[in-house]
Design a protein around this ligand. Structure first.
Ligand code: ADP
Ligand code: MG
Length: 423
């Protein structure tokens, strides 16, 4: 189905034409008509397949229809559509996408997130707003204070829905929900954990969801090449330097599990490469620091050193590699992290630093990928020439670890020689 058949609104069609979105992606083709019909929807589709427009276009279409029927929405701080995102970086990105559309199809889009200026926040709460893009904590606060009214909300969109329905956020979402009166619900994600349906039922017991589970959900995209590099934990910094010298050209993200380690690596790399651009992002930075650092990464390019707050949703054209300095504890996060590259069919590369204590993790990740092999995804490449997941047990003693390290050093040299590791 073409965009012309989905939308009658000329402004939306103009936007699509001007931005050269010639035809809908699969998720857009399937989700948009259902959302336009007013159905509540639960969608799973791979990273980088255009989920943002799949909800943003019908949301704006709805606002335009309401405008025709009911006139302009003049109530202050009473949005018709709310988009919730787990992080403010993603919320800002979604706002930019939606602003691109409303440049054509005029409506009032506001962002409510920490790190924004007081003026911008006021315009979200004190003036009329059609689409509010926000994060759970900030929205909950604003609803409680009566700065935002929920009674006008017709469509509630959860981007990265599995994370929002997960333990960390679900209580807040349950509270937020009580401010709304039966809006259409749209849940979008690239990963659907086993307990997702249960959480969804608990949070939205009265909502009848249509489900869209697209082929390839949970899979690492086939256009992402993966390399595992074995090393001792203490060698990680040194290998990062080597990686940047030999392979890590252009824009990329280095993921670490802990904010302190991210800050430390950032400092170390700045000292090693005074002429390169490194940006830092983690949850202990102030909202202003976060905003500044992330914007610089988008504008000036270079390398972002980050925790999992950048793992989901971030869409940067030209981001060509991801380096897992630490492996994530959860294979779901692995899928999101490497899904920052290889978007819309472009090539991408993922490198994993694997230490002895990561063997279980990498085996889990490999298994998660292989078991969902409906697209015949290649298993991860292993640097030590074995083809399957790492099987050796972690060395139990320090002496054994040192021996293992020496052994690995021998095999280290082809570490970044891509030709040799490419299949
Ligand atoms: P997801 O949320 O599924 O990870 P995004 O919504 O961030 O993916 O979109 C990924 C990229 O695909 C964006 O840069 C977007 O501009 C582009 N894109 C979206 N829809 C289309 C389309 N119909 N045709 C071409 N490119 C598209
Ligand atoms: Mg997305």
């Amino acid at each position: 189905m073409s965009f012309d058949k989905m939308f009658t609104n000329w402004d939306i069609l103009d936007y699509l034409k001007e931005n050269k979105f010639k035809k809908p992606t699969e998720v857009q083709e399937k989700a948009i008509p259902l959302l336009i019909k007013g159905k509540s929807l639960s969608v799973a589709a791979q990273t980088g397949t255009g989920k943002t427009l799949a909800y943003a276009l019908p949301a704006i279409n709805l606002i335009k229809k309401l405008e025709e029927k009911e006139g302009n929405n003049e109530e202050n701080g009473a949005p018709l559509v709310i988009v919730l995102s787990p992080t403010r970086e993603l919320a800002r990105q979604v706002q930019r996408v939606i602003k691109g559309i409303t440049h054509h199809a005029k409506c009032r889009v506001r962002l409510l997130a920490s790190g924004e200026s007081g003026k911008k926040i006021q315009s979200a709460t004190n003036g009329p707003v059609d689409i509010l893009i926000t994060v759970p904590g900030k929205l909950h606060q604003a609803l409680k204070k009566g700065e935002i009214a929920g009674n006008n909300v017709r469509m509630l969109i959860l981007d990265e829905a599995d994370q929002l329905l997960d333990a960390g956020f679900s209580k807040e979402i349950a509270q937020i929900k009580t401010f709304f009166v039966g809006p259409q619900i749209a849940l979008f994600s690239a990963t659907i954990p086993l307990k997702f349906e249960e959480s969804r039922k608990a949070l939205f017991p009265d909502v009848q969801f249509e489900e869209l589970m697209l082929k390839g959900t949970h899979l690492i995209r086939q256009n992402i090449e993966t390399f595992n590099i074995f090393m001792a934990y203490t060698e990680k910094q040194k290998f990062t330097v080597e990686y940047i010298q030999k392979v890590g050209r252009g824009q990329g993200i280095i993921f670490l599990n802990q904010k302190e380690h991210a800050a430390e690596l950032h400092k170390y790399l700045l000292a090693q490469f005074p002429n390169k651009k490194f940006h830092l992002l983690h949850g202990a930075m102030t909202p202003q620091e976060r905003k500044k650092s992330y914007n610089k990464f988008v504008k000036e390019q270079g390398i972002l050193i980050s925790t999992d707050i950048s793992a989901r949703g971030i869409d940067i054209d030209g981001l060509s590699w991801v380096l897992n300095y630490d492996l994530p504890f959860d294979s779901v996060y692995y899928i999101h992290r490497v899904g920052r590259t290889g978007r819309q069919g472009k090539p991408g590369v993922a490198y994993n630093f694997v230490t002895a204590k990561d063997e279980k993790l990498i085996a889990n990740i490999n298994r998660a990928i292989i078991e969902q092999d409906t697209l015949k995804i290649r298993p991860l490449e292993l640097m030590n020439k074995s083809k399957g997941p790492a099987k050796k047990k972690a060395p139990p003693t320090r002496k054994a670890a040192a021996a293992a390290k020496r052994a690995k050093n021998v095999k280290r040299s082809p570490g970044f020689a891509r030709k040799k590791t490419k299949r």
